[in-house]
Design a protein around this ligand. Structure first.
Ligand code: GLV
Ligand code: MG
Length: 279
């Protein structure tokens, strides 16, 4: 997925002139089958409706999603959903064509994350925004989304987990936000393991180099992928041929829950282009 930004990467004086550039980029760059998203400005600005009308109205056919930043309440998602419906109708697009990605980056957004994640059938993804979030809760940091060595533990563990539960409970993709030290790829790799190990689907990449690291971190290894298939085979043999619900697989017991865990590795691995090793 790629997103084009009309929000914080665009200076206030350029907000309106950025819209036709984004429309042009959506229509004319070679995106192939990449999922394409535009981040509009938040509802507490004067630009949100204009962003949506101009971008979806002129390039909605190729566009897949709108990203809504700094979402504070379910009502903000509903408002975007209603606006999208009108723009889709006026542009001859099927209603529901555009999906929504919502960013949680304020204290209020986090408190309301359950309702936000359930607010619209258009919602596809919930995203954590560490830089704005740190500002919102007055965390004494000057860099977004990096480790804080002075803190004995993971300063965002609660936030990561809270967003993950709300997203998963509503069947959404859950994505971690940016790591702003763009030249520190080893530090990125280390830090991104936190959300990867909790169960996040991915993390923002700000540069092509970051994308290489993150694609690796959020995809299963070949070994995990192969082991998942082995578990599925053993479980199938146990349940179907031997009529047993729980059996030994090497040194561990496997059962239906093991199958569920393994299935996730298989689907993630297949999405990442892995194939099962021969033999
Ligand atoms: C992203 O938008 C962030 O604020 O971290
Ligand atoms: Mg932000």
């Amino acid at each position: 997925m790629t997103f084009l930004d009309l929000e914080d990467a665009v200076a206030p004086l350029e907000k309106e002139s950025a819209r036709p550039k984004v429309v042009d980029a959506i229509k004319n760059l070679p995106w192939d089958d990449r999922v394409l998203c535009v981040r509009v400005n938040a509802w507490d600005t004067e630009w949100t409706y204009g962003d949506v009308i101009e971008v979806v109205g002129n390039a909605g056919e190729r566009l897949d999603e709108i990203m809504l930043p700094k979402v504070q309440s379910a009502a903000e998602v509903v408002a975007l959903d209603l606006l999208l419906t009108q723009v889709e109708k006026n542009s001859g697009l099927p209603v529901g064509h555009i999906g929504i990605e919502a960013q949680i980056e304020t204290a209020r957004g986090l408190i309301n994350v359950d309702e936000i994640c359930a607010a619209s059938p258009r919602l596809e993804t919930i995203i954590f925004g560490p830089a704005d979030f740190a500002a919102s809760i007055e965390m004494p940091v000057l860099t977004g989304g990096v480790e804080i060595p002075e803190y004995p533990g993971d300063h965002f563990n609660y936030v990561f987990s809270r967003i993950l539960m709300a997203g998963r409970a509503n069947g959404l993709q859950v994505i971690d936000g940016p790591f702003l030290k763009v030249r520190e790829l080893d530090a990125l790799r280390q830090y991104s393991l936190r959300t990867r190990m909790l169960g996040y689907d991915g993390k923002w990449a700000l540069t092509p180099d970051q994308a290489v690291v993150l694609n690796e971190v959020y995809s299963p290894t070949q070994e995990q992928f192969d082991r998942a298939f082995d578990i599925l085979d053993a479980y199938q043999q146990a349940t179907e041929a031997d009529r047993k619900g729980a059996v030994m697989f090497g040194d561990e017991m496997i059962d239906e829950a093991s199958r569920k865990m393994a299935i996730k590795f298989v689907s993630r691995g297949e999405r990442a282009g892995l194939t099962r090793s021969p033999g």
